[in-house]
Design a binder for this molecule. Structure first.
Ligand code: 6R9
Length: 650
């Protein structure tokens, strides 16, 4: 739902002018300089065949490609005719390069258990898992659904699928029975890999019980492979269910990775979508491999001795690209953590950084704001000096949260990068490179190699500097989604049919004179106040900049005079009370009377997806006094909506 289809401009109201130079100590050792970025970016657009051919050539192909790119809008093929295997490149190749004894994964359970896998050990597990899946009748091209906690077996199962050419579909371990069975049925999975239970905030999440219920509604499902994570002894159905550890113990650890066509499907991942049924975003092998490999090394300035921690769950694209595939393709050491950031207390993240000497931390604004809400004292108790680079992904990061992250967590020593991308894009699209570019808090930054973005109106006109409009990408890139699983019409319509001949991301943005792109929020969430179109990011950032507010969401409420009025939902900063009059005056002063909230809800939580994105469409319903409608199954905690609906605004 776009409130005003006739006008695609988004007003630019927040005037954030801070420019943070990369710390000198970081620049001195950085892999990519400003000159290098400029040169390679130019080459990637002027001569994409050479550029991408060189990057892909750093990986192993069982058969070379004949053509780098075949673009038949809106369908694309990359590395046409080539054959490769992603799991081979992530594991066998590293062992062959002499990294067999290097740590691939350091995993910490919520209960404090630590398990470490070298590249050799991980490879042997993946080979066994591949053989176990083959023994259950899984064939190349078959779909396998994964419904697991963040345990090493989740990554092992993904890599095993990639190794045999099965297509994985990871479903968040927190999703409901109906969300799970819908996803199993949509892609007709034969096999479900699950666990007896997961650990969350000290309690058990009974995955197997949900899986059993989902299986009743999923007639095509043949088998379940069940990891014994918690020793909770679930019922096992004879002939259908198999214990993971037994199946792996019985399987051989010899397995040769299958040569797969570059366009062989790699995975389906469902995005919640703001309306309608979830879309199964399909990614394929070669292009996804090349883009995640390149962005991992370049964006994160990856060095041999880094310990890289992306806090995302594997149920999210970030967990696919930057907890599993990107780092392993580069032979990196990856930190994985199973649990919640506040278990047993809000020091857990910092305890993990200190204990495992994490050097690069990649997390989401929702986590940064929650941690910021707890104050500076908690991180102050830990030794965070191993950290050298900080990243953010998932939502626009409010400048205040950015500054806190840089100062309190990064000790003003670590660059902060804000990476914009999507499930559909597969890999990072916009960011600053940490040693090459100054950062502008709140702005994602510049395009990655090969990415050709623009800000447009709906009829395809490009807008000028600082004009807010629709964020589009003008040409295909290797890790672009190939289609919506089973619904190519929806793919054409949603991504290439909105604006002629460009990929439309669904986000609003503006670009400044230096080429930095600031994402202003989802276009569907834009407010229309007295004819002015306001993105959510800027008003929310102004609210969060007030010392009494830790987190904020704004939505429009129908208004007879103004069209829409601004309604704000705010979470107080720890130990503070929010004074509505002071807050209104503050917003008026910072960005103008237009953005002044008519109603303010002082809340204790916001409705969020499991990956931490605020779901404003439900807040719109609450603000308008309507009953909650639509799919709430992807919410982290649906009870938040009931509490908000009972509250009155001030
Ligand atoms: C990787 C991921 C995609 C949507 C995207 C945008 C928002 C992600 C952002 C950001 C501003 C950033 N988003 N990163 N907005 N700045 N750095 O999050 O994928 O779950 O598919 O979400 O998230 O709205 O369109 P996905």
């Amino acid at each position: 739902m776009t409130h005003s289809p006739s006008n695609d401009h988004i007003d630019n109201v927040l005037h954030e002018t801070r420019v943070i130079q990369p710390p000198a100590g970081f620049v001195a050792n950085a892999k990519v300089t400003r000159e290098e970025y400029d040169r390679r970016y130019r080459q990637s657009l002027d001569d994409p065949d050479t550029f991408w051919g060189e990057v892909a050539g750093e990986l192993t192909w069982m058969k070379p490609w004949e053509q780098v790119l075949d673009w038949q809008e809106p369908h694309v093929r990359w590395f046409v005719g080539g054959q490769t295997n992603l799991a081979y490149n992530a594991l066998d190749r590293q062992v062959e390069r002499g990294l067999g004894d290097k740590r691939a994964f350091i995993w910490e359970g919520e209960d404090g258990e630590v398990r470490t896998f070298t590249y050799s050990a991980l490879l042997s597990q993946v080979k066994r898992a591949a053989n176990a899946m083959l023994a259950l009748g899984v064939e190349s091209g078959d779909r396998v659904t994964l419904y697991l906690p963040l345990i090493p077996e989740a990554a092992i199962a993904m890599l095993a699928c990639a190794r045999i050419g099965a297509v994985h579909s990871v479903v968040f371990g927190g999703f409901s029975v109906s969300a799970l069975s819908d996803r199993i049925n949509d892609c007709q999975s034969k096999l479900l890999v699950t666990a007896d239970a997961g650990l969350r905030r000290g309690g058990l999440v009974n995955l197997k019980a949900n899986a059993d219920d989902a299986a009743k509604k999923s007639p095509g499902l043949e088998h379940m492979l069940v990891v014994d994570r918690a020793g909770s002894n679930p019922p096992m159905k004879e002939g259908r269910d198999v214990w993971w550890f037994e199946a792996l113990a019985a399987a051989s650890d010899e397995h040769e990775a299958v040569a797969l066509d570059s366009e062989h499907p790699l995975f389906v991942l469902y995005t919640s979508g703001s309306t309608g049924k979830p879309k199964g975003v399909l990614h394929t092998t070669g292009g996804y491999m090349v883009s995640t490999y390149l962005t991992m090394e370049t964006v994160f300035d990856l060095k041999d001795d880094d310990v890289f921690w992306c806090t995302a769950d594997v149920g999210w694209v970030t967990g696919h690209s930057y907890s599993v595939y990107g780092p392993l393709l580069n032979g990196a050491t990856v930190m994985l953590y199973e649990g919640a950031p506040n278990h047993p207390d809000w020091g857990r993240f910092w305890d993990i950084v200190q204990k495992h000497k994490v050097t690069i931390l990649y997390t989401a604004p929702t986590a940064i704001r929650a941690l910021m809400r707890q104050g500076d004292e908690i991180p102050g108790k830990y030794d965070l000096s191993s950290l050298r680079l900080l990243g953010s992904v998932g939502e626009p990061i409010n400048p205040e949260a950015w500054m806190w992250y840089a100062r309190v967590i990064g000790g003003d020593r670590c660059p902060v990068i804000d990476t914009w991308w999507q499930t559909e894009t597969g890999s990072i699209m916009l960011t600053t490179l940490p040693g090459a570019h100054p950062a502008k808090p709140g702005s994602a930054g510049l395009p990655m190699y090969g990415i050709d973005p623009a800000i447009m109106t709906r009829d395809g006109q490009e807008l000028g500097p600082d004009e807010g409009g629709l964020l589009v990408i003008k040409r295909p890139w290797p890790s672009m989604l190939r289609t919506v699983y089973g619904d190519d019409e929806r793919y054409k319509k949603s991504y290439w049919g909105e604006i002629p001949h460009v990929y439309f991301a669904g986000d609003g943005a503006r670009r400044d004179a230096d080429g930095y792109i600031t994402v202003m929020g989802r276009v569907d969430d834009v407010l229309n106040v007295s004819g002015h179109r306001l993105g959510t990011m800027e008003i929310e950032s102004a609210l969060v900049a007030h010392p009494s507010v830790a987190e904020a969401a704004v939505v429009g409420r129908p208004d007879d005079i103004k069209g829409e009025s601004v309604v704000a939902f705010v979470l107080p900063q720890g130990g503070q009370t929010v004074d509505p009059a002071a807050l209104r005056a503050y917003v008026t002063r910072e960005i103008g009377a237009l953005a002044r909230p008519d109603a303010i809800y002082i809340a204790d939580a916001l409705p969020k997806t499991r990956s931490g994105k605020i779901m404003r469409r439900f807040l719109r319903q609450i603000a308008a006094g309507q009953a909650i409608q639509g799919d709430t199954s992807t919410l982290e905690d649906p009870a938040v909506l009931d509490r908000l609906a009972e509250m009155s605004a001030v």
